[in-house]
Design a protein around this ligand. Sequence first.
Ligand SMILES: Nc1ncnc2c1ncn2[C@@H]1O[C@H](COP(=O)(O)OP(=O)(O)OP(=O)(O)O)[C@@H](O)[C@H]1O
Length: 382
Amino acid sequence: MIRFEQVTKSYPAAGGRESTTAVDHLSLEAPTGQITVFVGPSGCGKTTSLRMINRMIEPTSGQILIDDRDVTSVNASELRRGIGYVIQHAGLFPHKKIVDNVATVPLLNGWDKRKARDRAHEVLELVGLPGDFADRYPSQLSGGQQQRVGVARALAADPPVMLMDEPFSAVDPVVRDQLQDEFLRLQSEIGKTIIFVTHDIDEAIKLGDQVAVLRVGGKLAQIAEPSYLLAHPIDDFVADFVGRDRGYRALAFTDAPDLRLADEPTVPLGTTPEQARAATRDGWLLVVDDGRPQGWVEPHRIEAPIEQSMLHRGGTVARARGPLRASLDAALSSPSRRGVLVDDDGRLVGTVRAHEVLHAIEEVDRPEVHDEDIAPTSAAGD
Ligand SMILES: Nc1ncnc2c1ncn2[C@@H]1O[C@H](COP(=O)(O)OP(=O)(O)OP(=O)(O)O)[C@@H](O)[C@H]1O
């Protein structure tokens, strides 16, 4: 566990600049094996808080403890070798091959070269960068791949703690989404104690086991599990920060009840236009391969047997037992307006329309978001 106890960081006035309190009496706990996200507007002290953990910045007062040991009692470079650190632009050495970038910390820890390189290959595999990436240079990789290397490098020495400062912010939204999904999968295997900094509330809600919202001036506004934060923001600042659509976001944590699914007519790839036109009910037809949805076609627009390149892939596919928000997204984003729901093996279970999901939402006993829940006065962490 990482514990902040009344941690303050002030910068004195200098060069015409007024004194600043970057972090103000911050107290919180980041539980072992979980992801704690620091989120808040620019300048609220997220990065300063993070960097005080590995002593890149020293607090003005207060203490930070990792597993009950004050970080200032440990030699700073030794401390840092036991803490993985990932930053926005990966921070790779441009003149070193990927494998050597990743082997850096094991080598600093005194491993022999062979063992460090073997370990580097192992973690590169873990983050989804197989064999031949190892011998490339950072500039030969895309932004998303470089971020994966950054994560691999932080994991190489198998540190129990990882600090991640906006690691996915510099890549485009689609890649970012993939990196987030992979990161969650990885964390379910490795169970590190992670502090993750972001300014993006969606990222915080998606990744955090708990989310700490900071306000400018470095004060903790609220710390809670994402679903609680969405349902019970403690004041107007947090409510505004988590957004007016927080009720919709909260659906991400509400499991779908038994939605009544419609049977959807389907055809396999290779179906002729005539067969497809006979099978469709309303102009759209779902194409499957071994029971797995591939995409939609409009049978009256095709002139040859159905192949992959003809498919409209618009529309997310949701798990039938997944959260309600995913079912609603599937319905709203589907070209046929019918959301495609699948089982855990990705096989079609049925389809659902948005109004049916909305009906289910009304029936579900979920934490309500009322304005009365928003306390007008001070914050949890004060
Ligand atoms: N070396 C410094 N000297 C003076 N003030 C500083 C210094 N470093 C940070 N600050 C100030 O401390 C406050 C917190 O900065 P910090 O970088 O921790 O915020 P942040 O929440 O990470 O912001 P961002 O998302 O923009 O990076 C800001 O007002 C910043 O200007």
